[in-house]
Design a protein around this ligand. Structure first.
Ligand SMILES: [Fe+2]
Length: 342
């Protein structure tokens, strides 16, 4: 008798067809969440989250990334397609959000819950924010001021400190596109689909209400796990904003040049050179420090300078092409030293 519901679940989640990702079950029925109405929970989980899972599966299969772990898809978000970046984030963010919501959490104050946990989280909250209420205010502020759709986060940074931040769309602090990096231990969905049916445009009311079902014992467990997660080291190694900024301009100029359109690089060679100088003078992430990477950065700056000089002298496309290929090769040399697992 139980086989049929199981088969239906497997069919819906895609697991029966060996799809890489599947929709997690909620811990409670849709109508049990109180401050979030049943219809919102149902649509949010079975339509929106399911939609991210379906689109992620489709995108990774199409792009040959189906063997990659979810975390690797996110870490290198700036190198991924929009479909992979948005839907990997959508799947990860919502999975975390559901775990945090517990309408049958113990009937004690959040402070009491944290004090009784075998976690250093409460001590760290008091250290950094003075009180749990102050931290909640910071989170509410981050959520309320996030323009448009996005998420508010409490993260553990590579320095093992807490940080409050927010991100647009389905981005999150694991991604290399995020200015504040770390492992999220708490995330609040501030897309309208999370609250609009009950709260309409009153995001503030939704944010006040959500705390009554947010389970801090789950946050405390996640904090303990995050402190020893090797992902923190990886994020520290990958957090190099100047490399990301250089890559952005290179991608927007090199790829058109590959197709014979040299206008973008002719317009922006000075900007590319400036980004290379900034990169060469930036702080190299500690785990990457080596003579090889320092030499490669010097080489990259020289090559960008030479490219800019020849463009300013109106060099032919053939010469520009040769020089930008050299820049691109050196960038990949540096990138190879950074990303072992991309
Ligand atoms: Fe959502």
């Amino acid at each position: 008798m139980r086989l049929i519901p199981l088969l239906i679940t497997l069919f819906i989640s895609g697991s029966i067809f060996g799809q890489p990702f599947s929709l997690p079950e909620l811990s409670h029925p849709y109508d049990a969440y109180g401050v979030i109405d049943s219809k919102t929970m149902e649509i949010h989980h079975s339509k929106h989250h399911q939609g991210y899972v379906n689109k992620l599966n489709k995108a990774v299969l199409k792009e040959g990334l189906e063997k990659k772990a979810l975390v690797d898809l996110m870490l290198y978000a700036s190198y991924r397609s929009k479909a992979v970046r948005n839907n990997a984030g959508g799947h990860y963010n919502h999975t975390l959000f559901w775990e945090l919501l517990n309408p049958s959490k113990v009937k004690a104050s959040d402070e009491q819950v944290l004090k009784t946990q075998k976690s250093k989280l409460y001590k760290e909250i008091l250290n950094q924010y003075g009180s749990l209420d102050n931290l909640k205010m910071e989170l509410n502020k981050a959520a309320a001021t996030r323009f448009g759709s996005g998420w508010a986060w409490l993260v553990v940074t590579p320095e093992k400190k807490l940080a409050v931040t927010s991100s647009p769309n389905q981005d999150n602090p694991i991604m290399d596109v995020s200015e504040v990096r770390g492992i999220p231990v708490l995330g609040i969905d501030v897309w309208e689909h999370a609250y609009y049916l009950k709260y309409q445009n009153k995001r503030g009311d939704y944010l006040s209400a959500i705390w009554s079902i947010l389970d801090w014992s789950v946050v405390a467990n996640k904090y303990n796990l995050a402190l020893t997660d090797p992902l923190l080291k990886t994020i520290e190694k990958e957090h190099w904003p100047e490399l990301m900024h250089f890559h952005k301009v290179l991608a927007q100029t090199f790829h058109p040049a590959e197709k014979g359109n040299y206008n973008p690089i002719r317009d922006r060679s000075g900007e590319l050179f400036a980004k290379a100088i900034l990169l060469n003078t930036s702080a190299i992430p500690k785990p990457l420090l080596s003579p090889d990477i320092s030499l490669a950065l010097i080489k990259l700056e020289k090559q960008c300078g030479s490219l800019d000089k020849c463009i300013r002298k109106n060099a032919k496309d053939k010469i520009v092409s040769k020089k930008i290929v050299l820049v691109h090769d050196t960038f990949h040399e540096i990138q190879g030293m950074c990303h072992d697992n991309k």
